[in-house]
Ligand binder design. Structure first.
Ligand SMILES: *Cc1c(COP(=O)(O)O)cnc(C)c1O
Length: 333
């Protein structure tokens, strides 16, 4: 794969750190490593920064002056997009979906929302349950009708362009592990709008790495999540020219840790966030990495992930979201 064919802006120093979680490994009697994509620098970091290298690269190549995107109220993707838009002098309009019913002030005003506003992002709200990518396209068309050069980024930056960020991350991880002499048996990541998971699957396939990816779902049931990831992986593989495409069996999601729904806290998530904070000094987030870590810990404890495996957890960031969930973490435990 020759990714330099595609326009890109460089947003952070690569590679992001890859290190062993010594205390968590000891606690679980396992061999757990972490890839620190929470350390992608821009706007406190996170996985969307990798996608934005390619999305904003393409927006600039097309002469855009304005980006439009969408997400849930506490979207990390919107926060990172707003920051990168500011860096490149692009206007940013974000549509925030009331995906969760709540009157909680922290959720509605704090965390990511506070930062969106600091980055000068123009926010519009939408009710929950509507087709938000269609709304974003509509907004983009409205702007274009007034002569604005608008570039629309789908939710989570998850299309074949954004997924290049995780094709590239897979290449980076394989190179890094080879240099360290680290044999990886499995890569675990949160999977939501699918771009991260799909990009990793394509990148690892393109590298012929033989490292299986397990996506831990945060929203949809397993069959729908895997279908979304597979569809995007196929489009991405085609875009970057991976010969032979992607096997359906390469896309595996476990969606047993979603709880009541997207962005709704679970006991396992709260325990996992506390555990990583107290054992490792690492901040996870309540919506994605906390639930993914809760899933990984449970699968290790139950033996579904064998303790002899070397597992790498991709930390996709999101700790800003903790400040949108003050109440959830307020109690002592
Ligand atoms: C968006 C996000 C994810 C999920 O990545 P997708 O590419 O949308 O599947 C995981 N973790 C965090 C912190 C995120 O913001």
């Amino acid at each position: 794969m020759h990714l330099a064919r595609f326009p890109r802006v460089k947003l952070f120093p690569a590679p992001t750190p890859l290190h062993r979680l010594e205390n968590l490994s000891r606690e679980l009697g396992a061999d757990i490593w972490i890839k620190r994509d929470d350390c992608t620098v821009v706007a406190t970091g996170g996985n969307k920064v990798r996608k934005l290298e390619w999305l904003i690269g393409e927006a600039r190549a097309q002469g855009a002056t304005h980006v439009v995107t969408q997400g849930a109220v506490q979207s990390n993707h919107v926060r990172q997009t707003a920051a990168v838009a500011a860096m490149y002098g692009l206007k940013c309009t974000a549509l925030l979906e009331h995906r969760i019913e709540t009157n909680d002030r922290d959720y509605l005003q704090g965390g990511n929302v506070l930062l969106d506003k600091l980055f000068g992002c123009e926010i519009e709200y939408r009710p929950g349950g509507i087709d938000m990518n269609a709304e974003a396209e509509k907004k983009g068309a409205e702007l274009r009708a007034t002569g604005v050069k608008a570039y629309v980024i789908p939710g989570g930056g998850s299309n074949k362009v954004g997924a290049l960020g995780y094709v590239s991350c897979a290449q980076e991880l394989v190179r890094q592990a080879d240099e360290m002499g680290l044999k990886i048996d499995r890569l675990v990541t949160a999977t939501g709008s699918a771009g991260t998971h799909a990009g990793l699957v394509v990148g690892l396939e393109g590298e012929n790495a033989g490292i299986p990816v397990l996506g831990i779902g945060v929203r949809l049931p397993k069959d729908r999540q895997e279908e979304n990831v597979f569809r995007l992986a196929e489009a991405t593989a085609d875009y970057v020219g991976v010969r032979g495409g992607i096997a359906r069996s390469a896309v595996v999601a476990n969606c047993d840790y979603v709880g009541k729904g997207y962005g709704i806290p679970t006991e396992g998530m709260v325990a996992a966030v506390r555990m990583l904070a107290r054992l490792e000094g690492i901040l996870l987030d309540p919506v994605y990495s906390g639930k993914a870590m809760a899933g990984m810990i449970d699968l290790i404890r139950s033996g579904e992930i064998r303790k002899s495996e070397t597992v790498v957890f991709l930390h996709t960031g999101g700790a800003v979201g903790l400040f949108g969930y003050g109440e959830t973490f307020a109690g002592e435990a």
